[in-house]
Ligand binder design. Sequence first.
Ligand code: SF4
Length: 279
Amino acid sequence: MALSVVDLYAKILPKTNCKDCGYPTCIAFAGMVVSEKLPLKNCPHIAPDVLEKAQAELDEQYAQGKWLKKDMAAEALSLAKERTASLDLGAMAGRTGGILEDGKSPGPFSGTPHIRLPYFTGSLLVSKDRVADELGKDLSRNEQTFVYIHLASGGTSSPTGRMKSLKEFPNTVSKIVSMQDVVETPISQRFAGRLRALKTACETNGGTDVGNRYDSPDLAYQFRVFPKIYITLLFWDENEGFEPDAKLMFDETVMDHMDIEAVMFMSEHLAGLLTREAE
Ligand code: SF4
């Protein structure tokens, strides 16, 4: 029997969120065990007989490549590329706010028609096979995946400026915990008591201060990820016994331009940009 993240969390882990494994929650640890082969024994609170049986089941599913992050990422990218394979580059550029370039100018995509697509503070170059930055450096697989999904999604709406949290979109309930564990909690923990560092990280990555639109957060920055896709980060610093908190908000049209998996990859990428900036 294979163990999914939810199985591991519900049936094996103590669910106390004690952090002894080095992760903020049991579910975050479960995700790392299932997708990254982190040893289950890193949680010191599992009975030896349960640990032995569960680790044997995990070893079996690792051998089959089941749920491993590496394989899932490769599969996601291949599916995303497939979705764009039969689509017209010019039409995709027009819908997403990019520019179609014929590849006649010198550069990393010389000889290959491609889209130049604004992205955070710069632009991406996207062909049917490859997504790279302006210097020709290929993006990570997860980044390429959400770029291709965005291009293939076919949305035509323009951002309205009305921002919503993930749970306000339909069919997102299964992703709420992941959004907290992989995106929002790492941001709030990294920047607790470091408001100025977060402000700098936001501005370095092209964020615009939109604090005047919100009453309660200590900081609010908006990012134009792509011409049609906007994310706002809200942050409440630790204060008189209250834990720090971070929340991502998305323009209400975001699901017209990508699916929930791509929203997760994109959000994780933003969290990585901000937290790396603070190292
Ligand atoms: S050490 Fe075990 S019980 Fe504690 S947070 Fe990690 S997984 Fe949960």
